[in-house]
Write a protein that binds this ligand. Structure first.
Ligand SMILES: NC(=O)c1ccc[n+]([C@@H]2O[C@H](COP(=O)([O-])OP(=O)(O)OC[C@H]3O[C@@H](n4cnc5c(N)ncnc54)[C@H](O)[C@@H]3O)[C@@H](O)[C@H]2O)c1
Length: 344
C-alpha cells in the first residue's frame, strides 16, 4: 500500500515539514500551498513536489490527502485546520494551536467528529533531553514535582519584526503565546498534566513599543510576560517569556523542575534545538549536580506524525494538550489585562 500523501500549507516553518515528508520513505510529498508564488516555485523544484497551489481550498478540492501540515500565521490555524479535517486529512498544526481556547476547543471537536488525528507541533517535546527527563520523572526518581521555574527570554528577538507576529489580530499575542507556549507545554508534560486553578500574570511592552516607534513598525502585543500558576496538585509554576528584555543571554530557554527527592533542568546551550539536561539532589551524604549525558537525537515531528498515521503510533502531542496550554495562555492574558489573579 502506498504511504500517506502529505501536503504543507505555509512555507515558512512549513518548509521543514515539507522536506521531512519528501525525505521520508514511508510518505509522499503530494502538494505545497502558499500565497507567495516565488516560494512555491522555489520549493516545488527543490523538493520535487508534483503539485503547487496558492489557494488551500482549491488544493483540498483537487487532491486526496492523508496528512496536511498547517504552518500558517496563527489567525489561520483554526479555519484551515477545520477545513483540512473536514476534507478527510489528519492534521499537524503549528503552535500555538489557535488564537484562544475557544478556537482550540472547536478544532479539537472537529477532529473528534471526523475521527482524524490533530497533532499540535509543540516541538520541544521531541528533544532528546525532554524525553529522558520525562522517563526520569515517570520512574519516580524526583518524587512529586511541587515547583517549576520556566521561561524563554530573548534579549532582542521580535520575530520577523514588521510582520504578523507582533500584530494581536493576526497572532493572538506576543512572546507568551509564541515562545511561552512551548515552555509551559513542556512543563505540563513533565509534571503529568496537572490542572491549573489560578493564574496571576503581568505583561509589559516598554522595549517593543519603543523599537516599533523608532522603526515605524506595527506592534500591539507584549514584549515580556510573567506568570505565576497554581495547580490542583498544590504545585506552582513561574513562567517568563520575552522577545525584548535587557538580559544577559541572547536567547535563554530553561525549565527547572523541583521535586521532593531531586530536581531536574532542561535548558538550551545555543540557538535552536541544542539542549542539555541536569539532575540535582542528595546522593547518600553528598549533594550532587550531575549532567545527564548521551541524550538521544531529537525526533522530527513530521516523521513522528507520519508514523502516527501510517503505523498507528501513539501521538506525542494531542489536541487536548494544545487546548490545555491555550487555557493557561488565555488565563495569563486575562489576568494581566485585569491586573489581578484570576481563577481558570
Ligand atoms: N514549532 C516551532 O518551533 C515553530 C517555529 C517557528 C514558527 N512556528 C509557527 O509556525 C507558524 C508559521 O510561522 P512562520 O515563522 O513560518 O511564519 P511565516 O510568516 O514565515 O510563514 C508563513 C507562510 O504562510 C504563507 N501564507 C500566509 N497566508 C497564507 C494563506 N492564506 N494561504 C497559504 N499560505 C499563506 C506566507 O506566505 C508564508 O510563506 C506560526 O504559527 C508559528 O508560531 C513554530
Amino acid at each position: 500500500m502506498a504511504g500517506p500523501k502529505v501536503a504543507v500549507v505555509g512555507l515558512g516553518m512549513g518548509r521543514g515539514h515539507a522536506r521531512a515528508a519528501a525525505e521520508n520513505s514511508k510518505a509522499e510529498l503530494a502538494a505545497l500551498c502558499d500565497v507567495d508564488e516565488g516560494k512555491l516555485e522555489r520549493y516545488r523544484t527543490e523538493l520535487e513536489c508534483p503539485k503547487v497551489y496558492t489557494d488551500y481550498k482549491a488544493m483540498l478540492d483537487a487532491e486526496e490527502l492523508d496528512i496536511i501540515s498547517v504552518s500558517l500565521p496563527n489567525y489561520l490555524h483554526k479555519p484551515v485546520t477545520i477545513d483540512a479535517l473536514r476534507a478527510g486529512a489528519h492534521v499537524i498544526c503549528e503552535k500555538p494551536m489557535a488564537m484562544n481556547t475557544a478556537e482550540a476547543e472547536e478544532m479539537k471537536q472537529v477532529a473528534e467528529e471526523t475521527g482524524k488525528h490533530l497533532m499540535i507541533n509543540l516541538s520541544y517535546r521531541f528533544t532528546g533531553a525532554a524525553k529522558v527527563l520525562k522517563r526520569i520523572v515517570d520512574a519516580g526518581t524526583v518524587g512529586p514535582v511541587y515547583f517549576v521555574r520556566t521561561g524563554w527570554n530573548r534579549a532582542r528577538g521580535i520575530p520577523k519584526f514588521g510582520g504578523w507576529f507582533a500584530q494581536k489580530k493576526l497572532s493572538g499575542g506576543g512572546p507568551l503565546i509564541d515562545l511561552g507556549v512551548h515552555r509551559i507545554d513542556l512543563a505540563l508534560m513533565l509534571m503529568g498534566d496537572p490542572k491549573p486553578v489560578t493564574i496571576s500574570a503581568s505583561t509589559y511592552d516598554h522595549i517593543g513599543t519603543r523599537l516599533a516607534k523608532e522603526q515605524n513598525k506595527p506592534f500591539d502585543v507584549e514584549d515580556l510576560a510573567t506568570a505565576f500558576i497554581r495547580f490542583d496538585s498544590g504545585a506552582t509554576m513561574h513562567v517568563e517569556a520575552s522577545w525584548a528584555l535587557n538580559t544577559e543571554r541572547a536567547e535563554e530557554m530553561f525549565t527547572y523542575l523541583y521535586g521532593t527527592k531531586a530536581g531536574l533542568c532542561h535548558r538550551n546551550t545555543g540557538e535552536g534545538y541544542d539542549f542539555e539536561a541536569y539532575i540535582f539532589g542528595e546522593w547518600g551524604d553528598t549533594y550532587v549536580t550531575s549532567q545527564i549525558k548521551d541524550l538521544p537525537e531529537r525526533e522530527n515531528s513530521m516523521d513522528h506524525f507520519i508514523d502516527v498515521v501510517a503505523d498507528g503510533v501513539e501521538p506525542l502531542v494531542t489536541a487536548e494538550n494544545g487546548v490545555n496550554v491555550m487555557r493557561i495562555l488565555d488565563g495569563a492574558y486575562e489576568s494581566a489585562r485585569l491586573g489581578r489573579e484570576i481563577e481558570v
